[in-house]
Ligand binder design. Structure first.
Ligand code: NAD
Length: 476
């Protein structure tokens, strides 16, 4: 997707990697070993649909196996190609290392526009693609575990898990062969929202960092901040929803494939999402202004810009005109290497993709652990926790009955304190902790080293060091 006069997506990722690695002192040759993609498998398969055989092309790329299984989503899009899949697989390696998810990096893609097929046809195509990958161990709970990405969701993941079970009937851990499944097919609470939720937690972490805020020229809280978001799919919708409904940010524009909706007082994200679900387009939505040339809103004035759709959308053709002081990369690779340089010179702060959208793989990790342990998180401890809390509440109630002490419990305290954490609370807590810890690691490098002036380089430094340490431990 990168513009013709700019390096390809994969070269763009490599350029950013090289910039960071130049600041490191790695053993000779290790830099190349980490950078290159280990293997990419291309498959062409036929599916009989509508009375004739249709041939599809798919990929599964493994970037690094310093840890196994390797992990990364499967994307359905007409723009899928080897270069894109390899770039995305590389980003997965760095992302997993940064957030300490114990996986190598992988990615898959199928060159298809899912809107061209009905549900039954998509199931046939997905199962056949899965079959081709499973029989070569490119989907396997111990070796390679896909997840949703653009154009796929929990429905496709359920088909893949079922296909694996059909082909591996005695594998007791079979359901862990893929993550992002629906709850009733071995999924975990909070996975669908995870990447958008992670974007929200990443912004919380950023807003807790006074030095970072100063570098971006921002002050105050998220409340009231003007946010422009591109792509109201899984990631963009959840991020926009949580930021507006829970943090009080104003979503002043939503850019979609067929234009943009905008309103300086803030859009109702839920209403726009419902409209798109029903009509398949943002056109015709009455409660906002519509602009045909949606991409021009990437350049509009706002406090936070969230590209959450495609790669390469901020490139040399528009970077100079970007006005947002803070960009958070919810999509993978939305800023090209060339644009990254322009934006850095302009003083724009970028929260990089490998961190910003790591919520998905983090909760996928929790789902994989849940599948391997065969028990829902919180099942053993929830009621024990509630009983202990009950003791404290009983004691407080006894004391507050004493009129001489003259104090009472606040309304809601009892209800809130008594509730033991269920799976969703535990998943959110684990995700929040992961996003805070990773932010602190990046920010420490960003603020303490004179030769690092951006968060992306800091993120690469942290993650490459972890991958290198892992190779070192293996004796390589
Ligand atoms: P999705 O398919 O659910 O949503 C993509 C959205 O972008 C759709 O609403 C689509 O209409 C819109 N879009 C497509 N082309 C556009 C254009 N030219 N301009 C504006 N909008 C356009 O995909 P998703 O899962 O939300 O993924 C979005 C990005 O986030 C991708 O880069 C993906 O790799 C990344 N990501 C996703 C996850 C995940 O868990 N789903 C995890 C990490 C990263």
């Amino acid at each position: 997707m990168n513009p013709a006069n700019e390096p390809s997506f994969r070269d763009s990722v490599d350029l950013m990697f090289n910039r960071a690695v130049a600041l490191m002192d790695l053993p000779p040759g290790l830099e190349e070993k980490i950078r290159v993609c280990n293997a990419t498998y291309t498959v062409r398969f036929g599916v009989r649909l509508r009375g004739r055989i249709h041939t599809f092309t798919g990929y599964r790329s493994v970037h690094s196996e310093h840890m196994e299984p390797v992990k990364g989503g499967i994307r359905y899009s007409m723009a899928v190609n080897q270069n894109e899949v390899e770039a995305l697989a590389a980003l997965m390696t760095y992302k997993c290392a940064l957030v300490e998810a114990p996986f190598g990096g992988s990615k898959g893609g199928l060159c298809i526009d899912p809107r061209d097929y009905d549900e039954h046809e998509l199931e046939l195509i997905t199962r056949r693609f899965a079959y081709e990958l499973i029989k070569r161990d490119m989907i396997n709970p111990a070796q390679n575990v896909p997840a949703p990405d653009m154009g796929t969701g929990e429905r496709e993941m359920a088909w893949i898990a079922d296909q694996y079970k059909r082909m591996n009937t005695t594998d007791i851990n079979g359901v862990a062969c893929v993550t992002g499944k629906p709850i009733n097919a071995g999924g975990i609470q909070g996975r669908t929202e995870a990447t958008g939720r992670g974007v929200q937690y990443a912004l919380h972490a950023f807003f807790r960092d006074p030095e970072g805020m100063k570098k971006a020229g921002l002050t105050g809280k998220l409340e009231g901040k003007r946010v422009i978001i591109q792509g109201l799919g899984n990631v963009g919708y959840h991020a926009a929803k949580f930021l507006s409904e829970e943090d009080g940010a104003k979503i002043t524009a939503i850019i979609e494939r067929d234009g943009a909706l905008h309103d300086q007082d803030g859009l109702n994200v839920e209403a726009v999402h419902k409209w798109i679900e029903k009509h398949g387009t943002i056109k015709g939505y009455a409660d906002a202004k519509f602009e045909e040339d949606g991409a021009k809103f990437l350049e509009a004035e706002c406090d936070i810009l969230i590209p959450a759709a495609l790669e390469g959308v901020i490139n040399l053709s528009n970077a100079e005109r970007i006005q947002a002081p803070l960009i958070i990369e919810a999509a993978n690779g939305p800023v090209t290497a060339g644009a990254d340089e322009v934006l850095r010179k302009k003083g724009i702060v970028i929260v990089p993709d490998m961190y910003a959208n790591a919520g998905g793989v983090t909760v996928s990790y929790f789902e994989w652990v849940k599948n391997l342990s065969h028990i829902r998180f919180g099942r053993m401890q929830r009621r024990a926790e509630e009983s202990r809390h009950q003791l404290v509440v009983d004691e407080l109630e006894r004391l507050s009955a004493d009129k001489e002490l003259g104090w009472t419990l606040s309304p809601n305290f009892k209800e809130k304190y008594l509730r033991g954490a269920g799976e969703l609370e535990l998943v959110r807590s684990g995700l929040d902790d992961t996003m805070r810890t990773a932010y602190e690691a990046m920010a420490h490098v960003w603020h303490s080293r004179d030769d690092v002036d951006d968060l992306r380089t800091a993120a690469y430094l942290v993650s490459i060091a972890k991958v290198a340490a892992s190779y070192h431990a293996k004796g390589l």
